[in-house]
Design a protein around this ligand. Structure first.
Ligand code: FMN
Length: 436
């Protein structure tokens, strides 16, 4: 179980500092590396003070939407009349994204420490860590780390020796549904219901898990919190290469046609081109970069020029018409068949749609059928307009954005690689018969 690469000199290693170091996994190893000092410091502050520090740091959610973390925490009721909950979103099912898995595999105590600080700041007595069902190894590692944390008095009654403070954490294992990563579906799943997203409002801070005030944060977001408490909001804010609205480091999971795929941690605003050509060793022998999806499969595709000039932060991605999302960078070289790739993505969304909203249930399925028709050489030119019209009906009209996520690669794909779609329709490209 090795870690694939030693840190590249251009990486800014914060969250991934101990990736590949098995000793950091244990309670003793984590303590030796300065673990749980941030929690100790946080517990000497008032909850509101911690929220202010996190706000000041500029930390934004790493699960996809990029919502400011401190602001989210501040929505929790200050007067405590009901139990409060924290949910750690460790579902990580977005195609191309595999960074939360590595945080849990190598530094489980970093996540527990981040959760404990957040839990104290929002005055929650319980944290549920919702782990993707397929993550058997991270699950075992997290379970062991939780047992250690209880055994050493970090969690449980009089947590960290603080009289009257109770911090409990439970792992809830998912069962293989992508939709359960959506925060309200995740809460339904924890409650033992079908993982269907809920209509918002009410927002989780008002009516969350078991109808109680709840905050949901991604693994990477929570794992960043101890560093902010230890090293200060100003230090975190200073980690920014372009926009002051995007601060800190970010783990990018790079997959596809690069020589060295893997997780790379860089400062916000790092150039996407440098990530691909320098850190990941560039494209495979004799191949050229064709396209890239920078934020997990749910965001618009970039062509080569856009990829090479894109800065990896929230604003830089928006400027190129895409999104930073979860930071799953999927790279395609010039051997990639974009029509086929887009159909594969659409098929994933069609399979994972919870089928609650008509636009999503029907839209994702019809998108796949039309794309398969084109690939089979049976498409017509008007199918391209039909796909775009369908995508419009699938965007901004459903309870959650799974449907929008299916539409984004289709719309950007047709816009940027229309010639490939037309080649199938005109019979200039050999039909794909095996649509596996
Ligand atoms: C279909 C769908 C799947 C999602 N999957 C995940 C996921 O696996 N992990 C995650 O952290 N966020 C996921 N999200 C985003 C969450 O709804 C939520 O925004 C996030 O957990 C909030 O944490 P953050 O503010 O720390 O980013 C998903 C959203 C949608 C619409």
């Amino acid at each position: 179980m090795g870690y694939p690469h030693p840190p590249h000199p251009k990486e800014t290693v914060v969250l991934s500092q101990y990736f590949g170091d098995p000793e950091a996994r244990t309670y003793e190893g984590w303590k030796k590396r300065g673990g749980y000092t941030a929690l100790e410091q946080a517990l000497s502050m008032a909850p509101g003070e911690i929220i202010e520090i996190v706000k000041e740091s500029g930390l934004r959610g790493r699960g996809g939407a990029g919502f400011p973390t401190g602001l989210k925490w501040s929505f929790m009721p200050k007067e405590k009349t009901k139990p409060h909950y924290l949910c750690c979103n460790a579902d990580e099912s977005e195609p191309g994204t595999f960074k939360d898995r590595e945080i849990m595999r190598w530094t489980p105590h970093a996540l527990i420490e981040g959760c404990a600080i957040a839990q104290y700041a929002i005055q929650a007595e319980v944290t549920y860590i919702y782990i993707r069902g397929e993550f058997t190894e991270p699950l075992a590692i997290m379970q062991q780390a939780l047992e250690e944390a209880y055994r050493h008095g970090i969690l449980g009654k009089d947590a960290m020796g603080k009289k009257g403070l109770r911090l409990d954490m439970y792992i809830h294992r998912g069962a293989g549904a992508y939709i359960c990563g959506e925060e309200t579906a995740l809460m339904n799943s924890i409650e033992g219901r079908r993982g269907n997203p809920r209509i918002k409002p009410p927002f989780p801070a008002a009516y969350g898990v078991f109808g109680m005030p709840t905050t949901i944060n991604n693994v990477e977001t929570l794992a960043a919190v101890p560093h902010i408490i230890n090293r200060g909001a100003a230090w975190y804010k200073s980690l920014s290469l372009s926009s002051p609205k995007s601060t800190g480091t970010k783990l990018f999971s790079v997959c596809g046609h690069v020589r060295k795929p893997g997780n790379y941690e860089v400062t916000m605003g790092f150039p996407l081109g440098e990530l691909i050509y320098d850190l990941c060793g560039g494209m495979r022998e004799g191949r050229k970069l064709k396209a890239c999806i920078p934020g997990g499969s749910s965001v618009p595709i970039l062509n080569r020029e856009e990829t090479e000039s894109c800065l990896l932060d929230y604003e830089g991605c928006i400027e190129k018409g895409t999104m930073l999302g979860s930071g799953g960078v999927i790279v395609f070289d010039d051997s990639a068949d974009m029509v086929y790739q887009i159909m594969r993505l659409a098929r994933f969304y069609a399979h994972e749609s919870c089928a609650q909203c008509t636009q999503c249930r029907e839209g994702t399925a019809w998108t796949v059928r039309i794309l398969q028709r084109i690939l089979a050489g049976e498409g017509e030119m008007k199918d391209l307009d039909l796909l775009l019209e369908l995508a419009e009906q699938m965007t901004g009209k459903t309870i959650c954005v799974l449907s929008d996520s299916c539409a984004a690669p289709v719309v950007s794909g047709i816009k940027k690689f229309r010639d490939e779609f037309e080649a199938y329709i005109k019979g200039a490209r050999r039909p794909v018969t095996a649509l596996a």
